[in-house]
Design a protein around this ligand. Structure first.
Ligand code: PGA
Length: 252
């Protein structure tokens, strides 16, 4: 049985206008198969407006891959929460490991962005995860706990109700090496425990997504784990049939 109800597509720096159209058509044609599962598409900024034009169903929502922590002003090249909101964006990915590594995005910056996003009423999808050397040194939980403490710092319970946490072990992203369902569940259970300890009933309801080489052939076993409430999908979200199959697995 699936415990999942949210699947988010992270296109990263991929896709074009044609993909927004074909993806929306595939999702529309298969929608009955994953009725009740919320599906979020996060294309690059330049495709958000195009994608918005193709979204027909309440179950399919628009997400962005990043946002500025600033409200407006002299921040060349940045995009604000209000700009995303105007396009109908409902979800924003924050603290993806690629941004943490390539843009040196710190927990403190992620926290400021999470505050801005949730304050505006959008949902912040905050990504956490250990790298290979941290796992091998048995530091997985201490790394993730610190990321949670620092990336979610100072959010009120009301803001926390607009947070999704995505556990993405860095060693599993784009590598084809997925965490086993048991490995993922072990971390998810600890994240759930931390959320409940700090945010009680609100923390009990925060959706927890697993990400890292989720494919059509492993989604079902991951989604059947008790604390895995869905997936954050990279490579497999660029292929309509594969992505639909993952959405179907979430419905169970
Ligand atoms: P992947 O990426 O599915 O290609 O491993 C996941 C992610 O980075 O969100």
């Amino acid at each position: 049985m699936s415990n999942a109800s949210l699947v988010i597509a992270n296109w990263k720096m991929n896709g074009n206008r044609a993909l927004t159209r074909t993806m929306s058509e595939v999702l529309r044609d298969n929608q009955a198969d994953f009725n009740g599962v919320k599906v979020v598409i996060c294309p690059p900024f330049t495709l958000l407006a195009e994608m918005a034009g193709h979204i027909y169903y309440d179950e399919i929502a628009l997400g962005a891959q990043n946002v500025s922590e600033h409200e407006s002003g002299a921040h060349t090249g940045e995009i604000s929460v209000a700009m995303l909101q105007e396009l109908g964006v409902e979800y924003v990915l924050l603290g993806h490991s690629e941004r943490r590594a390539e843009q040196q995005e710190s927990d403190q910056v992620v926290a400021a962005k999470a505050a801005a996003v949730t304050q505006a009423g959008l949902t912040a999808v905050v990504c956490v995860g250990e790298d290979k050397s941290q796992r091998e040194a048995d530091k997985t939980w201490s790394v993730i706990k610190a990321q949670l403490e620092n990336s979610l710092a100072s959010l009120s319970a009301k803001q926390m109700a607009r947070v999704v946490v995505a556990y993405e072990p860095v060693w599993a992203i784009g590598t084809g090496e997925t965490a086993s369902p048991a490995q993922a569940q072990e971390v998810h259970a600890k994240i759930r425990g931390w959320l409940v300890e700090n945010y009680q009933q609100v923390g009990a309801k925060v959706p927890l997504l697993y990400g890292g080489s989720v494919k059509a052939n492993n989604a079902e076993s991951l989604f059947s784990e008790a604390d895995i409430n869905g997936g954050l999908i990279g490579g497999a979200s660029l292929k309509g049939d594969e992505f639909s199959a993952i959405c179907r697995a979430a419905k169970g």
